[in-house]
Write a protein that binds this ligand. Sequence first.
Ligand code: ATP
Ligand code: ZN
Length: 213
Amino acid sequence: MMHLLYTPERQRIAIQKSGRLYQASMDLFTSRGLVFAPEGRSLIRACENYDIDLLLLRDDDIPEYVRAGVADFGIVGQNVLAEKGIDLPVVEKLDFGKCKLVIAVPKESRIKAPEDMQGKRIATSYPKLLSGFLKSKGVEAVIVPISGSTEITPELDLADAICDIVQTGSTLKAHDLVPICAIMESQAVLVESPQSKQAKKRFLSQINLQSNV
Ligand code: ATP
Ligand code: ZN
C-alpha cells in the first residue's frame, strides 16, 4: 500500500536513484538539516524530520514526474531537461553535476569543425540537442541514437563522431577522442513543479530555499 505515503501534505522530491547526481543530492538535503531513514530498496524514502519523501528515479524520468506534479521538486541536470524539452522553474542552481555536451572525433580524424560533419555519422544519447545544433550550423549529418557508452562507437566504426557529456575529458582521452566544439554547458538544478504553489512555498521556507515563482 505504497500510496498511503502520498498524503497531500507531504512534499515529494525526485532525485537520481544512483549515478553521478545521487550522493551530491543527498548531501544537499543533509546540509539543510533533513534526516532520512537508512537506505533500503524502496524507490520512496521518507524524511524523518520533515513532511518530505524522496522519489528515487532514473534521471531521464525526473522531468516528466515533476512536470506532471507527481513530484513537487526534482534535482536533475540541465542537459536532461533540455533534451526532454521540458522547461521547469528553477529554484536553485546547484554546485554539482557540472559538465558539457560536446562533439568529439578520433584524434586522427579529418573532422576539425562542425562544418566538416556534413554527411557524417554522429552517435549520441542527445538526438534532440544535436539535431538542433546541426540545424543551426546548416549541417546535415546522420544521427545514430545510442543509449550509453557512445565513446566506443568510432573505434567500432558505428560512427565518425560522438556527441556526449564530458566533465574532465578523461573518458574521451582514454578512447583517443578530442572535442571539436561544445553544444551546451550544464549543471544540476533544483526544479519545481508548476503545480500546488502554496504547499511548495511552505516547503521551500522550511529548508531555506526561495522560490522564483
Ligand atoms: P540513470 O541511470 O539515472 O539514467 P545516467 O547514466 O543517465 O543515469 P549519470 O551518468 O549518472 O546518468 O549522470 C547523471 C547526470 O550527471 C548527467 O545527466 C549530467 O547532468 C551529470 N554529469 C556530470 N558529469 C558527467 C559526466 N562526466 N558524464 C555524464 N554525466 C555527467
Ligand atoms: Zn539517464
